[in-house]
Design a protein. Sequence first.
Length: 347
Amino acid sequence: MANDKAYTLFRYIILFFVLFLVGNVTNAQTPEWLNELENMVNYYIDQPENYGLAVGIIDHGNSYEFYDGIIDRDNRQSPNDSTIFELGGTAKIFTAHKLLELKSNGQVDFDEPITKYLNLDFENKYLDQITIHQLLTHTSGFDRKPFNLKFTKTENAQLWENYTKEQAFEFLKTYQPKTLWSEGESFEYSDFGYAVLGLLLEAQGVNKDNINSQKVNIKGHDIKGIEVDNWQYPAYLSYSINQDSNLPELMKYIEALMSPKAEEYLQSIFFPREKTNNKRVKVAYAWHLVKAKNMGWNVYTHAGSTEGFRSFIAFNKRENTAVILLANTNTKLIDNIGIQLLDLLVN
């Protein structure tokens, strides 16, 4: 109990220092949202099952980073700008980026069938109907997970740990859609669809280290606060279910994405706006485009999770404003905080 009280005092000292630093570094009035952020972070950290938290904010072009919580029960330090988190499905935004780069270089055509780029040693007429565009926008018809994934999970094994490329190709060999559909009629968020994009990228000579070579350096916790192992999976799945990163690297990426000077191929990530099963949500390349209160169709967002981590990113390009949250507890409370923060920043 004494240690908990000392830690709480330490947190408030650090928060006071951050408030002082923000006010002086920007040479401007303390942002109006700072008190609300403090309340949200305190609420999150006060839940005994929650651990470390990294928050990045871009407020109309001004950038801020905050770190709070503890890494784990044995390491009561807060995360920092060197702490690397698992991102979960947020990895898909980097996969879309890489494919747009290849498209810009003339290496792939998003409207061509994926079979043109996969170097398959079998034929499947149904795969000939699927394009890169459809995989990027989750409109290919693939389920979220392949049916043969369940056969690879051994006792105590993680979901994707044993799902090899050979098993992915075996699924593709026998793949047949449940129902026939026309383009634009089917949306289903698909981890497997992006795994296929990983296979496609590897066939084009791209590997995981070309995108992100950082390795997670802290343990994660499940929704009950129980420590869990870091995710294990074959490298091709890093394009879909997880990559590792720290807050500063994500901040740089989102700043570049929103920049008016961004490369044309990077800006094109915003243009696809396929319908989803939610009338308030459309899908671009990897990003979900949300019709948010008072913000129109201008909020792009993506979240991800693994066994012990949660990530959330949302930004309003028009306002040059973004929120990034990383946690080493797998809880959707992160998403709720992120949505509220972006609303505070924009309104």
